[in-house]
Design a protein around this ligand. Structure first.
Ligand SMILES: NC(=O)c1ccc[n+]([C@@H]2O[C@H](COP(=O)([O-])OP(=O)(O)OC[C@H]3O[C@@H](n4cnc5c(N)ncnc54)[C@H](OP(=O)(O)O)[C@@H]3O)[C@@H](O)[C@H]2O)c1
Length: 258
């Protein structure tokens, strides 16, 4: 029996892939977006998690809500609005939330906000599941791409464990189909690699080779990354490597790092 699944953020880089996977699996999918859209085998609904506009219609009848929308400034407030809307109905849907590995270790404002959103959900009385994932390939690539344009490439002494959104979406789809599990094991990409190694992979993907120098910055944020606060090494469950992601991006040949 297909479930009725509301995906918030179903237009984002993760949400888009999740919607496709859920539709392909035969689930009944509704997507919430601030802009009216159609297509993709899903039902579309317009609403805004910041103001609450349209949320009553969006959550109506949902068995599961997979919350992939994100609001950098108001992550916890948005979660509060979502769970309030979900409680208006009588169904107490299972809310699945995607968070970030290390939200309780890395001193970034956005991470603190994600942790606060997790706490709002855990205290909401709704059945829930929280999955923390490591950084997506696209984020790691864009973080390193700016440095890769310089003649000599400076990189922090950090490691990343980039994960593909297809792997994260697949785990979310599995969790959405199952019972609420509270916080589950983190999901990490297949490899933990130094930033220097990843930037070399990025350069190689566009046929370049440059000198890479490791640099150090003072401060708590730098240190928490240097200590691996952003990693989930015991959960390297993703399968798509950074090289495969770069190769599949297709337009790497057009990129210029001079
Ligand atoms: N990027 C990473 O490396 C990473 C790693 C681990 C976890 N995560 C988490 O994964 C989730 C998805 O990230 P992403 O990179 O796929 O996000 P994204 O591409 O930036 O997409 C953001 C989504 O949020 C929706 N949204 C924003 N404000 C909204 C509002 N007020 N009301 C309704 N919808 C709103 C947007 O929908 P519309 O514009 O259509 O309204 C859009 O679909 C986030 O929670 C993020 O923290 C990301």
């Amino acid at each position: 029996m297909p479930q009725r699944i509301l995906v918030t953020g179903g237009t984002g880089q993760l949400g888009r892939v999740l919607v496709d996977q859920l539709v392909a699996a035969g689930q009944r999918v509704r997507v919430l977006s601030r802009r009216g859209r159609t297509g993709g085998g899903a039902e579309w609904t317009t609403g805004d998690l910041r103001t609450g506009r349209g949320l009553d219609v969006a959550v109506a009848g949902a068995d599961v809500i997979v919350h992939c929308a994100t609001d950098f400034r108001r992550e916890a407030e948005v979660m509060r609005r979502l769970v309030e809307a979900a409680r208006w109905g009588r169904q107490a849907p299972h809310v699945v939330y995607v968070s970030i590995a290390g939200v309780d270790r890395v001193p970034l404002g956005y991470y603190r906000a994600k942790l606060a959103a997790e706490e709002v959900l855990a205290g909401s009385g709704l059945p829930y599941t929280i999955l923390r994932a490591t950084q997506f390939h696209a984020l790691v690539r864009s973080l390193l791409a700016a440095a890769a344009r310089l003649p000599v490439v400076p990189v922090p002494r950090w490691r990343f464990q980039p994960v593909d959104v297809r792997d994260v979406a697949a785990r979310l789809a599995e969790l959405a189909a199952g019972p609420p599990r509270g916080r589950v094991a983190d999901l990490g990409g297949p490899e933990v690699r130094s930033a220097a190694d990843l930037v070399r992979a990025l350069l190689a993907a566009s046929g370049r080779d440059k000198r890479v120098v490791r640099v150090w910055w003072p401060g708590r944020l730098y240190r928490s990354y240097a200590e691996g606060g952003n990693l989930a090494p015991g959960h390297a469950d993703g399968v798509v490597t950074f090289e495969r992601y770069l190769a599949e991006r297709g337009n790497v040949a057009a990129m210029r790092y001079r």
